[in-house]
Design a protein around this ligand. Structure first.
Ligand SMILES: Nc1nc2c(c(=O)[nH]1)N[C@H]1C(S)=C(S)[C@@H](COP(=O)(O)O)O[C@H]1N2
Ligand SMILES: [Mo]
Length: 307
């Protein structure tokens, strides 16, 4: 299925503002910074983000060969083998629900309106392995502010592409397709929450969720939904794939919490990918180490209930 965008940023952005941005972008281009190859890269001279960890990042090889992306198989090595089939250009994102400017947006238009930067984040899968990933991407709140979130909106729902002739495992009922995820609006607006479009200053590999995937570093990895084609602002808590699959094991919040065990294993420690066979496990941190930026969003909540 191919969509023709019926709205562009020029339609939703006050015109003067839009023209200013274009001028700025052009100026930036003339100085050799900013968007090359579809704006996937952060400027080489950009200052390091205060949100980045100084832990040693995993290699591109590790990050792009050990993956979870069930649309391309359930084995860790299968996404790297099969994701080449995915057509990522053109790419359209539908934004609907409680927004002032719903529509079908071309990804290039979205990327021309946001600031791409580097974020080096810890990434913790619910299966108790972890990595350190140097993402390139933009804060989701930039996109949400552009489309105008209405005051009744309380949640953001995301959907991955459905295209079984390219995503061959969508021909099997291993999950209910499309893969779905969701955040509370304040979580989505948190500056730590990014849409990643690149890795190591290069285009995002398809197995990592090209051309655009969510990254929510204080939550278990399954919240970080890949290859997004739909974003909906809703009043009700959206359905999420792993919760639908097994509500006893996977909740909506899924904040990294070393004190709350998965029903089948402990979450107290994790195996850092690339550490070698004899590497010792390391302790898992509350909110994956991002407590100072996110804990206040859950004040008064029983964190052991909201797994
Ligand atoms: N569409 C989609 N998104 C997905 C998944 C998936 O199977 N399909 N797996 C999730 C899980 S369980 C994890 S741990 C991360 C893995 O991201 P990575 O392969 O880039 O490390 O992607 C998440 N996003
Ligand atoms: Mo995961």
């Amino acid at each position: 299925m191919r969509f023709k965008p019926d709205l562009t940023w020029a339609d939703v952005t006050p015109k003067a503002d839009f023209l200013n941005r274009r001028q700025l972008m052009k100026g930036a281009a003339a100085m050799g910074i900013g968007s090359i190859g579809g704006a996937t890269m952060a400027s080489a001279n950009a200052p390091a983000s205060i949100y980045s960890t100084d832990e040693e990042p995993n290699t591109l090889e590790e990050i792009s060969s050990y993956n979870n992306f069930y649309e391309f198989g359930t084995g860790k090595d299968e996404p790297a083998e099969h994701a080449y089939r995915l057509t990522t250009s053109p790419w359209t994102v539908e934004i609907d629900g409680l927004v002032d400017n719903p529509g079908m947006y071309d990804l290039n238009d979205i990327l021309s309106q946001v600031t791409i930067e580097e974020r080096i984040y810890r990434f913790r899968c619910v299966e108790a392995w972890s990595m350190v990933v140097p993402w390139n991407g933009f804060e989701l709140r930039q996109l949400l502010e552009r489309v105008g979130v209405q005051s009744s909106a309380k949640y953001v729902a995301f959907e991955t592409l459905v295209r079984p002739d390219e995503m061959l495992w969508q021909n099997y009922d291993i999950l209910e397709w499309p893969y779905r995820e969701g955040l509370r609006l304040d979580e989505a607006m948190n500056p730590l929450t990014i849409m990643a479009t690149g890795l190591y200053g290069e285009e995002l590999p398809k197995q990592n969720g090209a051309p655009m995937r969510l990254v929510v570093p204080w939550k278990y990895g399954f919240k970080s939904i890949k290859s997004i084609v739909k974003i909906s602002l809703t009043e009700e808590e959206p359905e999420t794939s792993w919760n639908m699959q097994n509500a006893r094991e996977y909740g909506f919040y899924s904040n990294v919490n070393p004190e709350v065990s998965h029903p089948r294993w402990s979450q107290a420690s994790e195996r850092r990918i690339g550490g070698g066979f004899f590497a010792t496990r390391q302790p898992t941190q509350m909110f994956n180490g991002y407590e100072q930026y996110v804990a206040s969003m859950y004040d008064g909540m029983d964190l052991s209930e909201n797994f």
